[in-house]
Design a protein around this ligand. Structure first.
Ligand code: ATP
Length: 373
């Protein structure tokens, strides 16, 4: 499904990704043809953007810096108004067609990139802020629970200025989780944590959101974070979503050149397709969908085998140019005819630059859309 021809809010929608018709979803959040241009800007920062998030789903918006991710979150949160399009939540129109619901009436939790903690309130008071309407005992119990969850028990009486960036980020997360919002918006919430704690927090928060049935939209520029955290993700560039799908769909069957390259290393080859297969400098390739004529295909480096001898009729002779040992795998750059090709392997067999090897694609090559398709 393309930007711009997304259906108007429907309770049930079929969505199409990578030429396959997928399951039916019940959207809780519907973003439809959303656009935003700032007063000092010429081009829209968010451009005819459409996507839906199912009740209980964890959805990630993934894209490079400046592609408009935070602006989308701020529009959903009600911190700014769109120029065009609409935002509906659980059947309520939050923005669009002349309506605008202010942020405090949306009932959405938000973890900002800069944490936005109240500087004059201690940690526990910050967290309890969204629980003002609860009885004191409930407020205390929930505050303790979420502080424990983010590993900040013992810091209840500290003021935010006496916390590190990562600790402030954890308090901001606890504060947003405390009132159990139906929708939680997370703007790079793990960015200030060290690698070990980031993974642990990401897994914990994911488990808690699932357990409590909280729907979330996460914004990140980190591919691995988006893939591990989200049930589905949308890959953005220039204010638009290029592709929406599960992490597997996005990684294994990218639809565009941008998505193929943004999601990790890949080999791009111009081929001559004839239905289910294509001829290329990398030999005869099986295609993931039928195509005809000149098509650009992508093959991930781990989808090749590399061997010292020709173990298959389709294996192509290559020369090793370089070898990078990365612990869990080895990446070889090899030359096949006129092109360079990356091959990842767990195979311990040590090939050296100059060695003759044989490579073969063992997964179908992904046919990328032609520009403008
Ligand atoms: P990052 O990952 O770096 O946070 P992002 O994808 O979240 O980036 P946004 O913060 O949404 O990107 O910004 C998108 C574009 O809009 C940028 O070019 C930014 O400079 C511009 N922009 C954001 N807020 C404003 C504003 N209030 N006024 C004018 N331009 C803005």
């Amino acid at each position: 499904m393309r930007n711009g021809d997304f259906p108007r809010p429907l309770r049930t929608t079929h969505y199409e990704i990578g030429h396959t018709l997928h399951c039916t979803i019940n959207p809780l959040l519907t973003i439809s043809c959303l656009s935003k241009t700032f007063s000092d800007g010429v081009l829209p920062v968010v451009n005819e953007l459409s996507f839906e998030v199912e009740d209980g789903e964890l959805f990630a918006l993934l894209g490079p810096s400046g592609c408009g991710k935070t602006t989308v979150l701020r529009l959903i949160g009600g911190f700014m108004r769109p120029n065009h399009g609409s935002i509906s939540f659980d059947g309520r129109l939050f923005a669009g067609d002349g309506s605008f619901v202010p942020p405090e009436k949306r009932g959405i939790g938000f973890v900002f990139q800069d944490y936005a903690l109240f500087p004059h309130l201690a940690v526990a008071q910050n967290v309890a802020f969204g629980l003002r309407k609860e009885k004191a005992a409930v407020r205390k119990e929930r505050t303790d629970e979420v502080l424990k969850l983010v590993g900040m028990e013992g810091f209840e009486d500290r003021l935010p200025h006496a916390l590190s960036g990562g600790q402030q980020q954890r308090v901001a997360l606890a504060r947003a989780l405390a009132p159990r919002p139906r929708l939680l918006l997370l703007d790079e919430p793990f960015s200030n944590l060290d690698a070990y704690f980031r993974n642990e927090m990401r897994d914990n928060i994911r488990a808690i959101l699932k357990e409590e049935g909280i729907t979330a939209v996460l914004v990140t520029h980190d591919q691995e974070e988006a893939m591990v955290f989200a049930d589905r993700l949308g890959v953005m560039q220039g204010g638009r979503v290029d592709q929406i799908g599960t992490p597997e769909e996005i990684y294994l069957t990218p639809r565009t050149l941008f998505v193929a390259q943004f999601m990790g290393q890949t080999n791009l080859v111009l081929t001559h397709a004839d239905g289910a297969t294509a001829d290329s400098v990398l030999g005869k390739l099986t295609l993931h969908r039928p195509a005809e004529g000149m098509v650009l295909v992508a093959v991930r480096p781990e989808h090749f085998t590399i061997a010292p001898t020709a173990d298959h009729p389709d294996a192509m002779e290559a020369t090793v140019l370089s070898r990078s040992f990365k612990g869990h795998d080895i990446t070889y750059r090899v030359q096949v005819g006129p092109v360079d090709c990356l091959v990842h392997t767990h195979n311990r067999e040590p090939f050296a630059p100059g060695d003759t090897v044989f490579i073969r694609a063992v997964e179908p090559a992904v046919v990328l859309d032609k520009a403008g398709e």
